[in-house]
Write a new protein. Structure first.
Length: 181
């Protein structure tokens, strides 16, 4: 998952989902933060007390917002028995929009698939670099951080460029659709 692209897609989704409450929005951001902290694992657990602290919501409001987000299809979760925290799974909104665009156009957008694969490759490379970039005793910490910052900047510039291409393609596809109709 790409944090920035997911946030953009979330706010695009909000425009078409006016029933989403402020509590749901705050909880989604708290869960995205937790997913990011876990290194984008498919499933992660987080205590309700932690969500209460991060969102400023009461326990009942967290439960209600969580149910709403699941109903909207933005997250999935399963409760566990006893004092165990619930297990959450974030649903990619970027992928959801790609699939909807393909279905609405009636054809598979190969260029969008190609761009999506490139974005995923860049994300994987960034995650791999972040995991293997711990400074050694020979390398000063500052130098290593600078290298990662440069790589991070290049990667996100590439993601931005690919996202712009994808959006331009979607707009062009929409223009062709309007010309036909």
């Amino acid at each position: 998952m790409n944090y920035l692209l997911e946030i953009r897609a979330f706010y695009d989704w909000l425009e078409s989902a006016p029933q989403a409450s402020t509590s749901s929005i705050v909880l989604w951001h708290a869960l995205m933060h937790q997913a990011n902290k876990t290194g984008w694992k498919d499933e992660f657990s987080v205590a309700i007390s932690t969500l209460e602290l991060r969102t400023g919501l009461k326990r009942g409001a967290v439960y209600n917002a969580r149910s709403a987000l699941k109903r909207f299809g933005v997250i999935d979760y399963r409760e566990r028995h006893g004092n165990l925290s619930a297990v959450y799974q974030m649903r990619s909104l970027c992928l959801s929009y790609e699939r909807k665009a393909e279905r609405s156009s009636g054809q598979k957008n190969e260029r969008a698939d190609e761009l999506l694969h490139k974005v995923k490759d860049i994300e994987q490379k960034y995650i791999k670099n972040a995991r293997t970039s711990a400074p050694t005793k020979e390398e000063p910490k500052k130098k290593n951080r600078f290298i990662n910052y440069e790589q991070h900047t290049r990667d996100y510039d590439e993601i931005e460029r690919l996202e712009l291409l994808r959006l331009q393609k979607a707009v062009a596809r929409g223009d062709e659709k309007n010309d036909k109709g």
